[in-house]
Each structure stands twice: as C-alpha cells, then as structure tokens.
Design a protein around this ligand. Structure first.
Ligand code: SAM
Ligand code: DTB
Ligand code: SF4
Length: 348
C-alpha cells in the first residue's frame, strides 16, 4: 500500500490537524516524507527562491524572563554584555548595510519581556526609517499590550515575530515567567492590528517527537496559520540551563522542517537559528524539505550565523536565488530585485 494513500497523513478538510496525523507524517519513511514535502513546496512556491532576512539586536541582554535557552536572560551568566536600545540612526546604518548585502527584510529584536509605550514609540521611528529604505520590516519585542500592535502597524511594520517556542505541554519546563496563553494573546493583538505573524519555535530542547508535533499542531491550526514559521535549532549557549543537553539527531530536525512544510503549505518556513553549525549538505536537505527562508548576515541576535560569503556560495552551489519582495502598490522594491536577483546567486 502506498503511504501517499494513507488517510491519516492527508490534510483534514474540517477538523484541523490532529496530533496523531502529524505524528504519522513524522513516522513516514524519510525518503517518502522528503518527496511529499518537496512536492507541497513546489506546488506552492518557486522552489529555487529563498527569502533572505537580516536580524539586528536593537536592545541586548538584561532580560527579566527565564527562557531556559536564552543567552539574554539576566539571571544566567552567559558572559554577554547588555546594551541599551540603539539609536534610530545606528539602526538605519545597519539596515542600509543589510540592504546593500542583499537582504530584503530587516528584523529588529529586543530583549524585553514586554516593551513600554515610550519604547514602542522609539521602535516605531526605526520601523518607519527601515521601511523608507524599501525593506520589509519585522520586529520581535516581547509581549504587546493594548494599542502597541496598532502603533507598530501604523509605523509600517509588516511582520511581528513572536514564537510559541514549543508544545503547550512542554512549555512549562522551559519558561516559567510567562504562560503559553500570553503568547497566543500577543499573536491575537498582532493579527487584530492587521500585521502578518512570524511564529515558530525551537527544536532540540529535550522535547519528544510528540511535542515537536504538538508545536506544529498549534501553529497549523491557527486561523489563519502564521505567514512565516521560524524553525530554530537550539543554539546551546554556556551558562543557560539547556547548555549541554543531548543534541537532536539532524535527520529529526529535517523531518520537523518537512512536516512544517506539509501542514503549513503556504507559509514561509524559515531555517533559523542553528545554521552556523550545519553542513551545507544538511542545509540542502532542509531546503529540499521545504525551508524557503533564512537569516542572512554573520550574526543572529547574539550568536553566530554563517557569514555572507558562505551563504552566497551555498546559494550558487544549490542554484538558489533570493526571493523578490512581493509587489505592493506604491512601494519601492524594484531596486532591490535588481540588486539581488532573481538570476543572481545571492548577489550583493
Ligand atoms: N524577547 C522577545 C521574546 O522573547 O519574545 C524577543 C526576542 S527572543 C530572543 C526571540 C526568539 O529567539 C525566542 O522566542 C526564541 O525562539 C529564539 N531564541 C532565543 N535564544 C535561542 C537559542 N539559544 N537557540 C535558538 N533560538 C533561540
Ligand atoms: C527566531 O525565531 N529566531 C531569531 C528571531 N526569531 C528573532 C532569533 C534567534 C536567536 C538565537 C540566539 C541569539 O542569537 O541570541
Ligand atoms: Fe528575554 Fe526573549 Fe530571551 Fe526570553 S527569549 S529571555 S523574553 S530575550
């Protein structure tokens, strides 16, 4: 019997994805899962295109939260030096450089539990400036209170990144200072303000396969699902509670990407943290599994990322090109497409 014919792995018409169905996808023979994910990818996207975003930590460290994976939590001694919020001009300088290097989206991250209104006003100024450069904008600032998502949207924010991080039933083993429901509430505010959501999680934190399936289940059953789904591989940072735990089998990571692609066919699936330690071959498997977005530039927020030359060479080796910014009437984007492809191998 063909595994393709198995009812349990097909998209459910009405009831949403059940955990068992997602686990059945994880359990498919590796080659069959890859073929299925690649076909879903090709049916929904040009599989030669990869969206390219650059991250910047606009406010670093000193965070009051206790996320067990995070080098920016003040309570863990990770040797990180904290920095206050950057000035708008400093941020714009980095955004110009990211654009010149070929990025089409600029994502600003802050180590806040939840920003104050005056901090949101400062970030709004940065967003307006980045948008004026012709870049797509993304921010990740923690939990949002009433009115803050609207202020960010009004400044020109396209995406708000807020991750669920893991399955509801494993969440309490990783974070104690805010609840899973708090995250859903912030995502609701983001949607209500008319922004796109960037929402995913981390794998390799000691969760079970069923819990990886549980994270994808919650994401896929959102209405609508997030437009962008970052799949982070835990970056183990000395001093954080999760440092030293057993690393996840790389093929299990690839399976997670493939299942994310199948259960969220229209989402941009981002191969996020962890790329620095992945071989080119491993990344190629992730792209084949349906990943079509990366962070580009030698730093994530505080940890390393492949340098630009390595990514350009990778794109050239795999015949990948940067995804053009979607057409929006009245936005200046043609200069970016001219600078970065299609047809160019992650050129700058
Ligand atoms: N402070 C804000 C918040 O947590 O919502 C925004 C910044 S926070 C650093 C953004 C995301 O980075 C986290 O939700 C987590 O998914 C990811 N992240 C942080 N540390 C990581 C690590 N060591 N490995 C992989 N992903 C990590
Ligand atoms: C996401 O899901 N991954 C990015 C972005 N959203 C903000 C952050 C990864 C952070 C990795 C650890 C660090 O560099 O501090
Ligand atoms: Fe703070 Fe965000 Fe890090 Fe959690 S993930 S400790 S909220 S910066």
């Amino acid at each position: 019997m063909s595994v393709f014919a198995s009812d349990s792995t097909q998209h459910p018409a009405t009831a949403g994805w059940q955990r068992e169905a997602i686990l059945s996808l994880f359990a498919l023979p590796f080659n069959v899962l890859m073929a299925r994910a690649a076909s879903v990818h090709q049916a929904n996207f040009d599989a030669t295109q990869v969206q390219v975003s650059t991250l910047l930590s606009i406010k670093t460290g000193g965070c009051p939260e206790d996320c067990a994976y995070c080098p920016q939590a003040a309570r863990y001694d990770t040797g990180l030096s904290a920095h206050k919020l950057m000035s708008t001009e400093q941020v714009l300088e980095r955004a110009r450089a990211a654009k010149a290097a070929g990025a089409t989206r600029f994502c600003m991250g802050a180590a806040w539990r939840s920003p104050k209104d005056r901090e949101v006003a400062k970030v709004a100024e940065m967003i307006a400036g980045v948008k004026a450069l012709g870049l797509e904008t993304c921010a990740t600032l923690g939990m949002l209170k009433d009115g803050q998502a609207d202020a960010l949207k009004a400044a020109g924010l396209d995406y708000y990144n807020h991750n669920l991080d893991t399955a509801p039933e494993f969440y309490g083993e990783v974070i104690h200072t805010r609840a899973f429901q708090d995250r859903l509430d912030t995502l609701e505010q983001v949607r209500a303000a008319g922004m796109k959501t960037c929402c995913g999680g981390i794998v390799g934190m000691g969760e079970t396969r069923a819990q990886r399936a549980g994270l994808l289940q919650v994401l896929a059953n959102m209405n609508p699902p997030p437009e962008s789904v970052p799949i982070n591989q835990l970056v183990q940072v000395p001093g954080t509670p999760l440092h030293g735990i057993e690393a996840l089998d790389p093929f299990e990571f690839v399976r997670t990407v493939a299942v994310a692609r199948i259960v969220m066919p229209r989402a941009m699936v981002r191969l996020s943290a962890g790329r620095e330690s992945m071989s080119d071959e491993m990344q190629a498997l992730c792209f084949l599994a349906g990943a079509n977005s990366i962070f580009y530039g030698e730093k994530l927020l505080t940890t390393g990322n492949p340098d630009v030359e390595r990514d350009r060479a990778l794109f050239a080796r795999l015949d990948l090109v940067p995804m053009p910014v979607p057409q929006e009437p009245g936005t200046a984007h043609l200069d970016l497409i001219a600078a970065t492809g299609p047809g160019a191998a992650c050129s700058a």
